[in-house]
Design a binder for this molecule. Structure first.
Ligand code: PEP
Ligand code: MG
Length: 582
């Protein structure tokens, strides 16, 4: 029996034989052609581009009919690259002037175009790189006359691969895939997103699994804990089958929570909302009983296009988000990217420490027209549903004031132009940097709400890069330093009369949620699938108990002590409530 620890990306437990899929990547060697071959190479390139386009449109059609238009839209970024003038004209130039073969010229232009993404530490953007590499391979295969080798599955299995692209994931027969295990990727990779929508357990970030096991090897996959067990003993198999069955039954029971309010037995209410990035997650959130979207990451709308979308495009996209949210409030976080993650023309920086670089509000204030356009679209969308706006990565008052000034200007302009919009939107900030915590009282006086981003706050307080798996075990939001920062932020916000919510992944854990409730948090926003379980625990533990938990946790001095404390509290008070995780 061997164990592999990855990152749980789609919850659930399955047991089955592995099907290991190593797709051969085409490697291009540089070949110079004779002058008389140049015209032929240009024609080959055009034919391969047309063939790839047809192939992608076909996969897109399959995706749209099986999973809906939102999933299909994942392929739009790939289709756009196929028409990208920078890539195509660079390729043609290399063929004409350097007499490169079509393969070598295309591979080189793609390498140039993708370099800025490759250099970024941010997982979201690195994961999109996988999609673009997929496109590159498709074009190269088309140039070499080969068809895409779709994976045929003859029996139900756990699919194991170094990497899976959205088109590969989508082409799979859902009824034959029991689970996914992927070496690369993080919880925001498209494999993870698709696996969650397909309801298939998945573990990503397994690093070497696909090389370490053979086809047919029996696997237990736990998409909740991220643990994969190869060649399990009979006892482990039996336990995992029982867990899988419990998981299914508990899922049915938790669904019954959907229409129940998140209120403690002694009458304390906590707002439970969902985080979303891709539009289809909004419907999922509504189905699990979320009270609106507490964090709408708008990066997707920019990345999907591969360029800055126009005001009209954003306006249409945000209206669509609001209609999916069915009248519930959506907190739109303005663009949170850095440097040249998506716009090579805007600064084009290579940053040694992207997490400490031109991120979030810094990027937006130094590219004020980008923020201004987004604010205009959001205000205009506010005529169609309840909107709140949130600024990411605020470190102090200068930034907040500059962003507020631009917001005022945007409102004045829209008013002058006679546009329909809601002028009194709540505009708040993410508290996700240590300096925002230290300045929380002053910041609270100049914004309408706080949302604590524990993913980043933990990274910055503990100096642990959230994208680096080598230090992932040190990214501990229950560390006393982080808990104290959370408590301080809540008290600063409340002293100024503004609500303080939390939208980091920390809130998805039921024991953490009780702790946060005890610290006085007004709302938690997390991924939709976690909401029924959170409701259940909030409806079980009294506010008085939660406050006692919080007091005790705050008195502890190490992360291990807090973890142990939460574990024992879970055993004592939450056992049986959530036996699905047992
Ligand atoms: C956070 O930092 O906790 C957060 C919710 O934002 P993101 O994960 O998008 O940085
Ligand atoms: Mg953040």
């Amino acid at each position: 029996m061997r164990e592999f620890q990855g990152i749980g990306a789609s919850e659930g437990v399955v047991f089955g034989p592995a099907r290991v899929w190593h797709k051969q990547n085409l490697v291009v060697t540089r070949r110079q052609c004779a002058p008389e071959e140049v015209a032929g190479e240009l024609q080959r390139l055009d034919a391969a581009l047309a063939m790839t386009r047809a192939e992608l449109l076909d996969v897109r059609g399959q995706l749209a009919s099986r999973l809906g238009e939102d999933h299909a839209a994942i392929l739009d970024a790939q289709l756009l690259i196929l028409e990208d003038e920078t890539v195509l004209s660079a390729t043609r130039e290399s063929i004409r002037h350097e007499r490169c073969s079509a393969e070598a010229a295309f591979a080189r232009s793609m390498a140039h175009a993708l370099m800025p993404l490759d250099l970024q530490g941010d997982t979201v953007f690195r994961e999109r790189l996988i999609d673009f590499r997929d496109l590159e391979q498709r074009v190269l295969r088309a140039l070499q006359g080969g068809a895409d080798s779709a994976l045929e599955l003859s029996e139900p299995c756990v699919l194991v691969a170094p990497v899976l692209t959205p088109s590969e994931t989508a082409a799979l027969d859902r009824h034959r895939v029991l689970g996914f295990c992927v070496d690369e990727g993080g919880p925001t990779s498209h494999t993870a997103i698709l696996a969650r929508s397909l309801g298939v357990p998945a573990v990503v970030g397994l690093r070497e699994l696909s090389n370490a096991i053979q086809d047919g090897c029996e696997l237990v996959v736990d998409g909740t804990t991220g643990l994969v067990i190869a060649d399990p003993t009979a006892a482990v198999i039996k336990r995992s089958q029982a867990r899988s069955e419990r998981w299914r039954r508990m899922g049915e029971r938790l669904q019954e929570m959907r229409d129940q309010p998140a209120i403690t037995p002694d009458g304390h209410v906590v707002e439970l909302a969902a985080n979303a990035e891709v539009p289809f997650e909004i419907e999922l959130a509504m189905e699990t009983g979320a009270q609106g979207i507490g964090l709408l990451r708008t990066e997707y709308f920019y990345f999907k296009q591969g360029r800055i979308p126009s005001e009209e495009e954003q306006f249409a996209a945000y209206r669509d988000v609001l209609s999916r949210a069915r009248g519930e409030t959506v907190i739109f976080r303005v663009l949170d990217v850095g440097g040249d993650k998506f716009i090579t023309g805007k600064g084009g920086l290579r940053e040694a420490n992207p997490q400490l670089g031109m991120r979030g509000i810094r990027f937006l204030l130094s590219n004020a027209e980008v923020l201004y356009t987004q604010l205009r679209s959001l205000y205009r969308a506010s005529a169609f549903g309840p909107v709140r706006i949130m600024f990411p990565m605020i470190t102090g008052l200068e930034e907040l004031r500059a962003a507020n000034d631009l917001t005022r200007r945007c409102r004045d302009d829209l008013q002058r132009e006679g546009k329909r919009f809601e002028p009194d939107l709540d505009v708040g900030i993410m508290v996700e940097t240590p300096s925002a915590v230290a300045m929380a009282r002053e910041l609270a006086a100049e914004c309408a709400f706080f949302s604590i981003g524990t993913n980043d706050l933990t990274q910055y307080i503990l100096a642990v890069d959230r994208t680096n798996w080598r230090v992932a075990h040190l990214h501990r939001p229950h560390h006393p330093a982080v808990l104290r920062a959370i408590a301080e932020t809540i008290s600063a916000g409340h002293s100024r009369g503004i609500p303080v919510r939390l939208c980091g992944e920390m809130g998805a854990n039921p024991a953490n949620a009780i702790l946060l409730m005890g610290l006085g948090i007004d709302g938690i926003s997390t991924h939709a699938a976690a909401i029924p379980a959170l409701k259940k625990v909030i409806r079980t533990i009294t506010y008085a108990q939660a406050k006692a938990w919080a007091q005790e946790a705050l008195s502890l001095s190490t992360a291990d002590d807090v973890r142990e404390f939460l574990r024992s509290k879970t055993q004592q008070s939450l056992r049986g409530v959530l036996d699905r995780r047992a």
